[in-house]
Design a protein around this ligand. Structure first.
Ligand SMILES: Cc1ncc(COP(=O)(O)O)c(C=O)c1O
Length: 441
């Protein structure tokens, strides 16, 4: 086994031969941007244009984009583009000025939530929204204990990165953090939360926030059964903590049945964070909560985010929400999700390694079930992702062992494109199995 390509879906020099021009561009990028950034795929893509479900590279080659859940309406959606264009030609300023458009949008977006969630604050990124949610939770509870899922990712700020186990052992953990495994059952989740609370108690820590990506996306996509989170959330709240639903991945119709992932359960969150698809590529994110939480926070702390909620961001987000509603993309996501499930099931063949498919709307993971330590399956998933890239279909990997294919096409994906994806999956896995048997032989 080549240990070099055991890394998650990222470029590692030397795995695939690269044309000199590409090699030089990668070197230049490293020289200028430093070591923190990762490129995807063993032969990275220089994307120069996006259109609908397609990315186009510098050589004019097209790729079916089954990965990007930011441009959830498709790349460069014309209604979002013209809303941004009109606004940027008119005014681009900040929340220190009155803007009726921002208020109209706030009203519309809050209309998508339970009536108790009646306040919204704008940020530029999901990380900022989560960071703000934690500040509010700490202030409201006077406590410091935070629970997240075992392999979750919540963002980049100092606090939030330390509450993102997905970043690995090299990133220092927040000292008052406890993790829970991805729940399989309601009882299992309740028990894990009870155990985490007991660990807090033994350390004399009081619970402040249960921060949950409601689709457990970075844990490997585990949407679970509706209602599965409620008992654990109730238990956490009974000890004074707040429930923060991180909707940066599942929000804005991605899961098909409901606009928000948390709405698949009964518990109404205390705080909800939004981001990624909110502006279909334009940076806008938000925090939604109840008036008493935000009023108490706001009366003692000023919050000004220079670009958060600027006029152009609001115009983009307003267009996104309108397109989702007018084009009935929630319902479309649900039917397309069913189509995606059956297409993947049909592509999976009995001679493949054992798989498990988890899918909710247009968010799916196909896991290659680990046999021993999962390294072979991780390597295999990585190879399939790269083989698909060469066949012109973009996906990535996810999960604690990185042994799951992560599949998230735009909400506007057509049945024909889903079939193309499934064909590429079938052929790519077959090619990888053939390569594996040749190498073993
Ligand atoms: C669940 C979740 N929360 C928060 C974030 C952070 O959002 P951003 O990159 O906009 O800061 C991400 C980003 O991938 C995410 O997946």
């Amino acid at each position: 086994m080549n240990t070099l390509d055991l890394t998650p879906n990222r470029f590692v020099a030397g795995i695939e031969p690269l044309p000199k021009e590409l090699h030089d561009k990668i070197e230049r990028r490293e020289r200028l941007l430093g070591a923190s950034y990762r490129l995807m795929y063993h032969t990275p893509i220089e994307a120069v244009r996006g259109q609908g479900c397609t990315l186009i590279d510098n050589a004019g080659r097209t790729y079916l984009d089954f990965y990007n859940n930011v441009t959830s309406l498709g790349h460069c959606h014309p209604e979002v583009v013209s809303a941004i264009q009109r606004q940027v030609e008119t005014l681009a300023t900040n929340t220190r000025y009155l803007s009726e458009t921002a208020l109209d949008f706030a009203e519309k977006l809050l209309g998508e939530f339970h009536a108790d969630l009646d306040r919204i604050m704008f940020t530029c990124t999901g990380s900022e929204a989560n960071d703000l949610a934690m500040r509010i939770a700490f202030k409201h509870t006077g406590a410091t204990g935070v629970i997240v899922s075992e392999h979750s990712y919540h963002g980049t700020t100092h606090l939030i990165s330390s509450c993102s186990p997905n970043l690995g052992a090299a990133v220092q953990r927040y000292s008052h953090l406890e993790t829970v495994p991805v729940p399989q059952t309601a009882l299992g989740f309740e028990q894990s939360v009870a155990q985490a609370l007991a660990r807090f108690e033994s350390r004399k820590i009081k619970p402040a926030a249960l921060l949950i990506d409601t689709a457990f996306t970075s844990d490997g996509v585990f949407p679970g059964m509706p209602g599965m989170l409620d008992a654990g959330i109730d238990l956490f709240r009974s000890q004074g903590g707040l429930y923060i639903a991180d909707e940066v991945q599942p929000g804005f119709a991605r899961t098909g049945d409901t606009m928000w992932g948390f709405a698949r359960h009964f518990s109404v969150p205390d705080l909800v964070t939004l981001g990624k698809p909110m502006g279909n590529g334009y940076p806008i994110a938000a925090l939604v909560s109840r008036r008493e939480l935000l009023d108490a926070f706001g009366s003692s702390a000023r919050y000004f985010n220079t670009f958060g909620g600027n006029n152009v961001a609001i115009a983009a987000a307003d267009a996104v929400l309108r397109v989702i509603r007018e084009h009935e993309l929630l319902a479309r996501c649900s039917t397309a999700g069913t189509k995606l499930r059956s297409a993947i099931e049909a592509a999976v063949s009995p001679d493949w390694p054992q798989t498990e498919l988890r899918q909710q709307g247009l968010m799916a993971a196909l896991e290659f079930i680990p046999t021993q330590d999962g390294l072979n399956e991780r390597l295999f998933a990585n190879r399939v992702v790269n083989a698909m890239r060469h066949r012109g279909v973009l996906i990535s990997t996810t999960g604690k062992l990185d042994n799951c294919l992560k599949i998230r096409p735009p909400l506007i994906i057509s049945d024909t494109e889903i079939e193309k994806f499934a064909d590429a999956l079938n052929i790519s896995v077959r090619d990888c199995l053939n390569d594996r048997s040749q190498n073993d032989g």
